[in-house]
Design a protein around this ligand. Structure first.
Ligand code: NDP
Length: 549
């Protein structure tokens, strides 16, 4: 092949590589902007048929898709692990299991949740009126997820969209394109109509083309910066968006907390998925009286974690996803050092991983460069515990999205709440205490979409509950009733059963009309039956007037 042809071919495909070894996992053709537009058009065609399917039929197909996933669970977990770097066990526990649970729940509940419902309309009911709300699907839902949960997030959003009667186009991250294609394959094997779920592949430009193609909804998961860009482009077509963005999630440990539970949870919350979770513990605030002991336990437990490729069942912490991501972590750790915080353990790339990489038969020069430059031999970053952190240090304000756990102390509940809220983000938070009432009081004062008491991180896996952020962590919700309602448009059907009498507010107007309208404002609008009854003579006068004309 000539050099120019080779370059063109390279531009038209994404090479997916394993961040643990740099080895190629596979290649995927990039979808052109024209093909993206065509995919959206096809999706809209299928939508007109799909929206007429019964809930029973949608349920049957989703349950069939669950079976396909269960049949192929090991291979799917291996693919997720190979592309994202997370341990295979995490792929099963934190992606496959929760999405299977969500699928079952939404398949069984969507019909009930979207059932037409009667709405109380107060005194209008006495005038022979009634109101119902009916839910209609939106059309084409574009799903643009991040790479960190490449299976469960887009699949869960797709299933909720389909159950609501929409069709779906997914643009997976360029770092996890094969997992995206796998999702498409699952729906195909389950027997969904052709093009009801389509996958378009590529980097950010492909995602931008998808938003430009004017879908009826964009469900985006990613950074605040990209979320803003998407909202701007979507606004041109008045496309509504759900934005699931970054976090800087605080864990507050009160003096009466179960220390052992808090220490174990802090380690898991900070280092699971190599810290690349939107709901990761990014800041730990501990009461000053227990700070030393909690820190000691955390450091000890962190020292026992094994790093390595996600395929190894003993490994707890895999590699980071990309060179870009690991550099952010390095910069934040350097910033902490320079600001006077103390790195108790970790704090650098994990060199032992280099040996594993060479054992695997690759070398720095040979590792294939993905569009996000997986060029380094080691994308492993040692789990890092930091003390002496304070909120004025830059990395306490920016999302790190890596395996770092900065610890900060507080003296009072009020101080802990203020420190936790001192951020542009508001995705999740946790409070650790044996006093549940006190925990709830604190939780309600924290500006975050989900706050756990004696738990954290995993509530995205509870599909029945709403997921989304306050402040710059997002707009709208996925999951739960709130998430389902994002995927439909409510229609109000209003009925008048008394057509014999004219409405008092009809034309022509007159002094009698004006007087009646005053009565509407001062009596009817109070909602009081008694006060409205005193309006009846005036109302009758007005109706007689209208009937005469
Ligand atoms: P990005 O914002 O870089 O990318 C997210 C997705 O958007 C990817 O599919 C990306 O494609 C695509 N994309 C990039 N540019 C555009 C564009 N101009 N138009 C349309 N699509 C585009 O996020 P990261 O990949 O860095 O993901 C990490 C972020 O995601 C973190 O901030 C994390 O907190 C957040 N996140 C939030 C979650 C939540 O539920 N709130 C859950 C998980 C992650 P490509 O990757 O191919 O470049």
């Amino acid at each position: 092949m000539a050099k120019a042809e080779a370059q063109e071919a390279a531009a038209n495909e994404i090479i997916s590589s394993d961040p643990a070894t740099g080895r190629e996992v596979g290649r995927v053709s990039v979808t052109t902007p024209d093909e993206v537009r065509e995919a959206v058009e096809r999706s809209r065609q299928v939508f007109h048929m799909w929206k007429t399917t019964s809930f029973a039929e949608r349920r049957r197909l989703v349950m069939r898709a669950r079976e396909v996933i269960l049949d192929e669970m090991e291979a799917i977990a291996e693919l997720i692990s190979a592309e994202s770097g997370k341990p295979k066990g995490e792929a099963i526990a934190l992606e496959i299991a929760p999405v299977l649970d969500l699928m079952k729940w939404i398949a069984r509940s969507a019909e009930k949740m979207l059932r037409p419902r009667r709405v109380g309309i107060g005194l209008f009911g006495l005038l022979g009126r009634s109101s119902r709300v009916v839910y209609h699907p939106l059309g084409v839902v574009a799903i643009i997820p991040a790479w960190n949960y490449p299976f469960s997030i887009p699949l869960g959003e797709a299933v909720m969209s389909l159950m609501a009667g929409n069709t779906v186009v997914i643009k997976p991250s360029e770092l996890t394109p094969l997992t995206g294609l796998k999702i498409g394959e699952i729906f195909k094997k389950a027997g969904f109509p052709k093009d009801a779920v389509q996958i378009v592949s590529g980097a950010g430009e492909t995602g931008a083309a998808l938003v430009e193609a004017a879908p009826d909804k964009v469900a985006f998961t990613g950074s605040v910066a990209t979320g803003r860009k998407i909202a701007e482009v979507a606004a041109k077509n008045l496309t509504s968006v759900v934005l699931e963005l970054g976090g800087k999630d605080p864990m507050i440990v009160l003096a009466d907390a179960d220390l052992e539970a808090a220490a174990n949870a802090a380690v898991w919350g900070a280092f699971c998925n190599a810290g690349q979770n939107c709901a990761s513990v990014e800041r730990l605030y501990v009461h000053e009286s227990i700070a030393e002991e909690l820190t000691r336990r955390i450091v000890e437990k962190t020292g026992k974690l094994k790093l390595g490729p996600g395929s190894d069942p003993d490994v707890s912490v895999g590699p980071m996803s990309s060179e870009r991501q690991i550099r952010i972590v390095e910069r934040h750790v350097d910033d902490f050092r320079e600001a006077g915080a103390v790195i108790l353990t970790g704090g650098e790339r994990y060199d032992a991983a280099r040996e594993r990489v060479s054992d695997a038969g690759t070398s720095e020069g040979k590792i294939s460069a993905s569009p996000r430059q997986r060029v380094s031999a080691s994308l492993f970053f040692a789990p890092t515990v930091i003390t002496g952190a304070t909120n004025d240090m830059r990395p306490m304000q920016e999302e790190t999205f890596g395996p770092t756990l900065p610890i900060c102390t507080f003296a009072t509940d009020e101080e802990a709440i203020a420190l936790a809220n001192d951020t542009e983000f508001g995705l999740t938070a946790s409070v650790w205490t044996r006093d549940i009432a006190r925990g709830r009081r604190i939780a309600e004062q924290i500006e975050a979409g989900s706050v756990c008491i004696n738990e954290h991180l995993y509530t995205h896996g509870i599909g029945q509950t709403p997921w989304g952020g306050f402040k710059n962590s997002g707009r709208g919700r996925t999951h739960g009733l709130e998430g389902l309602l994002e995927l439909v448009q409510p229609q109000h059907i209003h009925t008048n059963r008394i057509t014999l009498l004219p409405d008092a507010w009809w034309m022509p107007y007159s002094p009698t009309a004006l007087e009646t309208f005053r009565g509407f404002a001062t009596k009817f609008a109070t909602g009081s039956l008694l006060k409205t009854a005193t309006l009846l003579p005036q109302l009758w006068k007005r109706i007689k007037e209208l009937r005469r004309r």
